[in-house]
Design a protein around this ligand. Structure first.
Ligand code: FO1
Length: 319
């Protein structure tokens, strides 16, 4: 039975950083706000300079609002760094680049959290103020923090990712706070109402993994038609350390390796045309492959890929 996700179904997209935000932006050009919800990883979040930094939430918000920095993928376009420059002059070791506009958003987030709002309420309010109409939901209102195990010991995610530029070998990871964490009521409701779930082209371990690790999320997705988009093309990640992490985890560094990682959870798998040769392997895992151009260089390509994915979702078997 067709899901008709293009015409009336409800879509939930799970997103991490830059790749996920690009596809979410493409989907948001096609689907109205009552038919697309984006659930975002918060494992990358951390406290810094008294601010609560939510890199993946902000990357999604800035992309949907079309105010993102197109060069870095994160942060704001037309950004200045006066606050950080002055902090540096006063002795701050500025290893994490927060621009002035970005800091303004963080000050508002700080004051709303301090006033007792949940991270979900804060995110929906910031989205509204940025002119974002689609619901963007943090995966949980409980803090979950990704910790990377390295030969030097454990490193909080941003220390590993930004300060250490992912140089230490990743031996494994853990999610601090997971035992106490629950997906928010809004996340549970969105998943329950979904006709299809899309795992965006984000890092499977550190971006999508934490969302799937929350109690009840995997189980809910397993009852829905679901598909994933490979963040790996020709054995390389378009952005970020996904390929390096897969290698260090002993996984095959390919789109097929990603498909295997999601085996049992999804029915559809989208891989780049440069990896067309892997489509048979995807089929052998019991998934339907879609081979297409998955590189999103500009808005037109984001929308085209989103359209193709929705059409593909329509043809996936229901559960
Ligand atoms: N990534 C970097 O590589 N260097 C930075 O200085 C940096 C600052 C930053 C500030 C705000 C923000 O929302 C994101 C920022 N990122 C930075 C990106 C972020 O750390 C990662 O891309 C994500 O955590 C991975 O998904």
């Amino acid at each position: 039975m067709a899901l008709t996700s293009l015409s009336k179904g409800r879509v939930v997209a799970l997103a991490g950083g830059v790749g996920g935000a690009k596809l979410a932006h493409g989907l948001a050009q096609i689907l109205p706000p009552d038919r697309l919800t984006i659930i975002v990883n918060t494992g990358d979040d951390f406290e810094h300079l008294g601010l609560t930094i939510c890199p993946d939430i902000d990357t999604v918000l800035y992309n949907l609002a079309e105010v993102n920095n197109p060069r870095f993928g994160w942060g704001r376009a037309d950004e200045t760094f006066h606050v950080l420059d002055e902090a540096r002059r006063l002795g701050h070791d500025a290893w994490f680049l927060l621009g002035d506009k970005d800091i303004a958003l963080h000050l508002l987030r700080r004051s709303m959290l301090d006033a007792g709002m949940t991270l979900t309420q804060v995110t929906l309010e910031l989205a509204r103020r940025l002119g974002v109409r689609h619901p963007v939901l943090p995966m949980s209102d409980h803090p979950v923090r990704t910790i990377i195990r390295t030969p030097e010991g454990e490193l909080p995610f941003q220390e590993y990712f930004v300060r250490r530029r992912t140089e230490p070998v990743m031996l494994g990871m853990r999610l601090a706070g997971l035992a106490q964490a629950r997906p928010s009521r809004q996340v549970r409701a969105a998943l329950d109402a979904a006709d299809v779930v899309i795992l965006c082209p984000s890092n499977p371990f550190v971006s999508i993994g934490p969302i799937l690790a929350l109690p009840g999320v995997r189980e809910r997705i397993a009852t829905k038609p679901a598909l994933a988009v490979s963040p790996i093309i020709q054995g390389q990640a378009l952005k970020g350390p996904a390929a390096k992490m897969m290698e260090e985890q002993g996984l095959e560094v390919s789109a097929l390796g990603v498909a295997r990682y999601y085996a049992g959870l999804i029915e559809g798998f989208v891989l780049d045309q440069k990896d067309a040769i892997l489509a048979e392997g995807v089929r052998a895992l019991g998934m339907t492959p879609l081979v297409t151009d998955t590189i999103m260089r500009d808005k037109t390509q984001r929308v085209r890929l989103a359209q193709e994915i929705l059409r593909f979702a329509d043809g996936l078997p229901g559960r």
